[in-house]
Structure formats: structure tokens, C-alpha cells
Ligand binder design. Structure first.
Ligand code: CA
Length: 227
């Protein structure tokens, strides 16, 4: 569960954000002045800070500056009044990751939070497409069938990726041709059939089903002995 620190002195807004984020599955800590925001952020344990600029005792800019000076790299999204946008841009240069102007729509706030959390933890992005015991890593371009690694050429990779993004769905030759080879390719070409054959040889013939008069469909396979 992601933990969000909310530094906002306006009770109404703080409680609106608190309730909304909890309902969205976040753990939330709310503080209402600058020193408390700094102390809570420095204590660690938060994945992101929502920082109001107009905080009592120590304003949001000062809190942010102290955090960054202290080496704290927790992502910070600044909450600001629309009238203070120019100041906010200065805040971004001072080490904030993003800002959102009040009043804001809650879904917009959550979208920004999720975006920041993803940027901070790129490893949680889905990079492996799976279907049955077929796996394709789109960053390393490695394929595996039942744990066995399979070497693919560039075209084979693109063809398999396209099929894997539409598992169980029939894709026509024209769709595959335009997605894998580009629109310029001669529609009368048989390259799709040729490359489907290559992939079948590498993955197992049962993986790619010919749907007569329609195109090709990736199947889960799973019964290699009984075909
Ligand atoms: Ca305020």
C-alpha cells in the first residue's frame, strides 16, 4: 500500500483529500503546519508528499527546500491556489516533482499521484506480456515458452508482441501486416503467413491458430502432446 503524507492546513480540504485517498486504497498521514510536514517527511515511510504552499509557521517552499537540502528525495506534489501559479513554477525548480492548482478534481489529483509513484518505482511497470505459458519481455525482447527461452528475430518479435497484445482474438492478415510491417507493405504479400510459420516452429504449432477466411489467433496451447 502506498503511503501519502498530506500537508494541508485547511481542514476542509485536508479531510476531503484524506477520505478520498483512503477510499482509493492509500494510507494517509495528515499534518497541518510546515514544521510538522518537514518532520513527518524526514521520518521516512512516505512514498509521496502532497504539500500545500500556504502552511503556517513554515511555508511549503521552505519545507521543500529543507527536505531537498537534507537529501530527502521523496516525490513532492505541490498544492497551490490558481492565483499563485507563477510562484509554483518557481517551486518546481526548487525540487518539486509536480503541482496541482486548487480547486482540483479528485480524479485529477489521484492520476497525478499515480503517475509520480510510477515514475519513482519504474520496476512495477508491466514489462512481460503473458498468455498461458508463453511470456514475452518487451524490454529485453526475450521470449519464453514454458520457461524455455526462445530466440526471435526482430519481425518475429513484433509479430508475437502484436498477437500477445490481443490474446485469443482473431487478427486479420491486413491488421498484422499494417501493425508489424507498416501500411506501405504490399497487401498481397504473404510475409504474414511466412512469419507465422517461423513463429510456429519456435513456439509450437498449436500456439497460433489459423481461422479460415479471417486470420490468426494466439491460443494458450497447453496440450502439446495431444495435438
Ligand atoms: Ca493553506
Amino acid at each position: 500500500m502506498n503511503r501519502i503524507l498530506v500537508a494541508e492546513d485547511e481542514q476542509r480540504i485536508a479531510s476531503f483529500i484524506d477520505k478520498g485517498l483512503r477510499a482509493g486504497g492509500f494510507a494517509v498521514t495528515v499534518v497541518s503546519d510546515g514544521p510538522a510536514a518537514f518532520a513527518a517527511a524526514m521520518s521516512g515511510g512516505h512514498d509521496l508528499v502532497l504539500l500545500d504552499l500556504g502552511l503556517p509557521l513554515l511555508d511549503g517552499f521552505a519545507v521543500l527546500q529543507r527536505l531537498r537540502q537534507a537529501g530527502n528525495r521523496t516525490p513532492v506534489i505541490i498544492l497551490t491556489a490558481r492565483s499563485g501559479l507563477n510562484d509554483t513554477v518557481a517551486g518546481l525548480q526548487g525540487g518539486a516533482d509536480d503541482y496541482i492548482a486548487k480547486p482540483f478534481r479528485f480524479d485529477e489529483l489521484v492520476a497525478r499521484i499515480r503517475l509520480r509513484l510510477r515514475a519513482a518505482h519504474p520496476a512495477v511497470e508491466v514489462t512481460v506480456l503473458r498468455y498461458g505459458d508463453l511470456a514475452l519481455d518487451v524490454t529485453t525482447r526475450r521470449a519464453a515458452v514454458g520457461g524455455r527461452e526462445v530466440e526471435l528475430s526482430t519481425r518475429e518479435y513484433h509479430l508475437l508482441e502484436t498477437l500477445l497484445r490481443h490474446p485469443g482474438q482473431v487478427l486479420t492478415r491486413e491488421q498484422l501486416l499494417s501493425r508489424v510491417w507498416g501500411y506501405d507493405f504490399d497487401p498481397g504479400s504473404n510475409v504474414v503467413d511466412v512469419y507465422v510459420r517461423y513463429l510456429r516452429r519456435k513456439l509450437g504449432a498449436e500456439r497460433i491458430q489459423t481461422v479460415r477466411g479471417a486470420g490468426y489467433r494466439l491460443t494458450e496451447g497447453g496440450n502439446p502432446a495431444g495435438r
